[in-house]
Design a binder for this molecule. Structure first.
Ligand code: ZN
Ligand code: ZN
Length: 334
């Protein structure tokens, strides 16, 4: 390892305040931490969106590989307050244990709230149990010279949100000027499944989680600055399913075909963003991005047909800053 690489590696380990922290001081910073679907894709972690707001870090989903991204970008993980789960598919929850452990080791002082549909209680219990030995080992080894590793602060604390049948949304979190609303979406047979909307000092973002085209999500996202919506191309999915069958992998081919029923196409996501009057649309959970059959041109074909819309495809590390007291929407890349 040459000196430059060594310094870069050390910088990634250092817990010094990251640029991300300062940018979030007044307003909201959104970081697309993981933007792939469940298939293995190089350069894309599985679904995870970070929101830095009011001095805290919040996540919507925490898919596999997302913690590594956050650590290497030096996001202020010790300030983590809550993880909101859209639903309980593995590609959305797989890194929960790692994220909880890392944010605690970095100095998180309170338990991590795990907010979401019924079942998050079971998920929290399981991860707490799986990491119990790890936390005890770390405390026994590292707790000295004033450095504390309180076991209680390392816990995941579930908070089940129930949206009554008569309603489409429920308040999921309130902290100062921040309100997070859970929005029922449709990812049947995975039910309940939620999207989330964050509102802070006049700025807003909504995140779909996994859903088919769902007008109630547009309704609950009215006027948002940014909509982050999942997207999966139908023709590419069929093509992939066929190819897998041809390669003798009937099992995966069949599973691939099943996914057509519970995701939204890029064109459908664009329709939903227009119906909501969203100022920007970012497509994520890009199941096919990175596969040989994928081209951005084919994937996004038809998105502009329904009228003007400012949209883009997410990449891991994409940032969106929404300063308070302003209409500005500033995109960047970590
Ligand atoms: Zn998913
Ligand atoms: Zn899913």
């Amino acid at each position: 390892m040459n000196r430059r690489n060594l310094m870069a590696a050390l910088a990634a380990l250092a817990a010094a305040p990251a640029a991300a922290q300062t940018a979030a001081a007044d307003g909201m910073r959104i970081v697309l931490v993981g933007t792939s679907g469940p298939l293995p894709v190089r350069d894309r972690a599985k679904p995870c969106v970070a929101i830095l707001v009011g001095g805290g870090l919040y996540l919507v989903d925490v898919g596999p590989e997302s913690t590594e991204n956050m650590m290497s970008w030096r996001l202020p993980v010790a300030s983590a307050r809550a993880v909101f789960l859209s639903h309980l598919h593995s590609d959305h929850i797989g890194d929960l244990g790692e994220f909880n452990m890392q944010s605690w080791v970095q100095g998180r002082e309170r338990p991590l709230a795990l907010v979401g549909p019924s079942g998050v209680d079971k998920v929290a219990r399981g991860f707490n149990q799986a990491y119990e030995n790890d936390h005890l080992f770390r405390r026994a080894h590292h707790e000295r010279d004033g450095f504390r590793f309180p076991i209680a602060a390392g816990q995941i604390e579930p908070r089940v949100i129930r949206i009554p049948a008569s309603a489409a949304t429920a308040t999921a979190w309130r902290d100062g000027d921040l309100t997070v609303t859970a929005i029922r979406v449709s990812h049947d047979p995975v039910s309940p499944a939620f999207g989330y909307r964050f509102d802070y000092r006049g700025r807003s973002v909504s995140i779909s989680g996994d859903t088919m085209k769902w007008p109630a999500f547009a309704e609950a996202s009215k006027g948002v600055d940014v909509m982050v919506h999942e997207a999966q191309d139908e023709a590419m999915t069929r093509q992939l399913s066929q190819a897998l069958k041809g390669m003798g992998n009937a099992r995966t081919s069949s599973m691939m075909a099943d996914t057509l029923s519970y995701h939204a196409t890029p064109v459908e996501a664009a329709d939903i963003a227009r119906a909501a009057g969203a100022k920007r649309l970012v497509l994520y959970h890009l199941t096919q991005a990175g596969l040989p059959i994928f081209t951005p041109e084919a994937f996004t074909r038809g998105m502009d047909d329904g009228g003007p819309l400012d949209w883009r495809l997410a990449k891991d590390g994409m940032t969106i800053d929404l300063p308070s007291g302003s209409d500005e929407i500033r995109f960047g890349q970590l």
